[in-house]
Write a protein that binds this ligand. Structure first.
Ligand code: SF4
Length: 306
């Protein structure tokens, strides 16, 4: 798909866009089912990277020092709780450019235990070498989350300590070795609609579409360069969800951070446009997530099953 084609779809009359996205979505998924996932941070804070949106970044003067969960039993207990809440996937996240040997050890041990609980295991540990990809694969890893955050053009305004090409390199390594990839970005970080469309087109340059497209809505963290970023127009957010569903019809589309500030009606529009995966649980790394009971009530009202 060319930029002009994607741009035309993005700017279609909203009702037609929603109809088209929902039709594509219905052809590929059960529209009344939602994939539920929980994220646990096993290493938080003290990151040397400079992602402008992140509470853990070196650009945040108020960032907390690094903390790590070292007891695998604690991770297993959290995974068990997530399973009881209805999750089918459990994700381990760690701050930093790439996983330290300690984080790799903990993650690999935890992945095996998470799998024993009947959950799919997912990690988000930063840039990986091929050796690390293979190690995670033999530990049983199902999915890896590695966001590209924004368009290639806007990337340098948000992060200067690494490049978007490095991110794509890790994604390619994961795909080469058969690990399913979750990737996407954040809306509301000063990007234009053109950047949003370019980000999806850039993901289309991969050999195969990611298994899941992650869509975050900026959570404005005091002390970060984006603390006063203008809000994204809600209908542009829905348009982006719809375009992602149309461009990558076999990929799950996940609403990640920022969902707790979205109205029920806006979330329902996103679900109609093709969003069919979400995080549940109290925290998403350092930011609060939507309330679990509210989420369950919303899904029940909409007739959607977890
Ligand atoms: Fe570090 Fe990840 Fe935050 Fe970037 S997003 S500053 S890599 S923890």
């Amino acid at each position: 798909m060319t930029f002009a084609e994607a741009n035309d779809i993005f700017h279609m009359p909203l009702m037609e866009l929603l109809y088209r996205a929902h039709t594509v979505h219905k052809e590929n998924f059960d529209v009344n089912k939602m994939q539920l996932c929980t994220l646990l941070s096993i290493q938080t804070g003290g990151c040397p990277e400079d992602c402008a949106y992140c509470a853990q970044s070196k650009r945040n003067k108020q960032r907390a020092p690094m903390e790590r969960i070292t007891e695998v039993e604690k991770i297993v207990a959290e995974a068990q709780e997530a399973r009881e809440m209805g999750c089918t996937r459990f994700c381990l996240g760690a701050s930093g450019r790439r996983p330290s040997p300690e984080v790799m050890d903990i993650a690999c041990e935890a992945i095996a235990r998470i799998k024993q609980l009947g959950l799919k295991a997912c990690c988000c540990l930063g840039t990986l070498s091929e050796e690390e990809v293979l190690r995670l694969k033999s530990a049983g890893l199902d999915y890896y989350n590695h966001n590209i955050d924004t368009s290639p053009q806007h990337y340098k305004n948000i992060i200067t300590t690494r490049t978007i090409d490095e991110r794509m390199e890790t994604i390619r390594l994961l795909q080469k070795h058969g690990i399913k990839v979750c990737t996407g970005g954040i809306l509301g970080i000063g990007e234009s609609n053109n950047d949003r469309i370019s980000m999806l087109l850039f993901l289309k340059t991969l050999d195969s579409d990611p298994n899941l497209i992650t869509i975050n809505r900026l959570v404005k963290i005091p002390g970060t360069p984006l603390e006063n970023a203008p809000d994204i127009e809600p209908f542009d957010f829905v348009r982006f969800v719809a375009l992602a569903s149309i461009m990558m019809p076999h990929s799950y589309v996940k609403l990640c951070a920022g969902r707790e500030t979205m109205s029920e009606e806006l979330q329902a529009l996103c679900f109609f446009a093709g969003a069919n995966s979400m995080f549940i649980g109290k925290k998403l790394l350092t930011v609060d997530n939507a309330n679990f009971n509210d989420d369950m009530h919303l899904l029940q009202k909409l007739g959607i099953k977890g």
